[in-house]
Design a protein around this ligand. Structure first.
Ligand SMILES: C[S@@+](CC[C@H](N)C(=O)[O-])C[C@H]1O[C@@H](n2cnc3c(N)ncnc32)[C@H](O)[C@@H]1O
Length: 197
């Protein structure tokens, strides 16, 4: 079967334009609220493939300096509208191509981005994440595990995650999330914190 190429902007723009965003939670995931309660040192945070970008506000409210990147124009428009005074925190660009200069991040937040990418792009994702994080920095968020007969989303398995991250990251935290989520992700989400070695 020919799968659509979800690494292309057009794939996502079609969905945003049609208002078909089954991944959109409409707010902050409860696991992120818990993570932010743990009083982390203030740092620079990157949110790639941010969609509506709700989490920018959550990181900002916790004192962090949050930047989001999104490559689909209608999604960028939506995130900027959602974020109001924080609209300028959203960069319209491709995560893999945007030059972030010498900026290195203490936290990169993941939700719905890795699983949006065809697995052939995953090694590039892992390498770029490692480049963008400071030593000891965290790739933290909700990762999907399980089976999906009609991807995307493309879920991980324990083996593929280890293969992908094992050489550059150590897994600090892994908790299956039972919090209410969107139907397409429910029961598949794990809150994980991968620390750059
Ligand atoms: C499944 S949605 C998840 C959105 C958001 N993270 C959330 O949790 O609601 C994936 C998003 O990633 C964006 N995206 C995919 N590949 C991208 C890339 N290479 N650079 C920037 N954004 C990308 C898509 O446009 C889409 O809005």
């Amino acid at each position: 079967m020919n799968e659509p190429d979800s690494s292309q902007t057009q794939f996502w723009t079609k969905r945003w334009e049609a208002g078909k965003m089954p991944w959109d939670l409409g707010g902050i995931p409860p696991s992120l609220v818990e993570f932010l309660k743990t009083n982390r040192p203030v740092t620079q945070v990157l949110i790639p493939g941010c969609g509506s970008g709700y989490e920018v506000q959550a990181f900002h409210a916790a004192g962090h300096d949050a930047t989001a990147i999104e490559f689909s124009a209608p999604a960028v428009e939506r995130a900027r509208a959602v974020l109001g005074p924080l609209a300028d925190r959203v960069i319209h660009g491709n995560f893999f191509k945007t030059d972030l200069g010498t900026n290195r991040f203490g936290i990169v937040y993941e939700r719905g981005f890795l699983c949006s990418l065809p697995p052939a792009r995953w090694p590039e994702y892992a390498a770029h994440m490692a480049d963008l994080l400071v030593p000891g920095g965290l790739l933290a968020g909700l990762f999907l595990y399980g089976n999906e007969p009609e991807p995307p989303p493309y879920p991980l398995t324990l083996e593929s995650a280890q293969q992908l991250f094992g050489s550059r990251f150590r897994l600090l935290d892994d908790a299956e999330s039972s919090a209410p989520s969107v139907p397409v992700y429910q029961g598949m989400e794990h809150w994980q914190t991968w620390q750059k070695i």
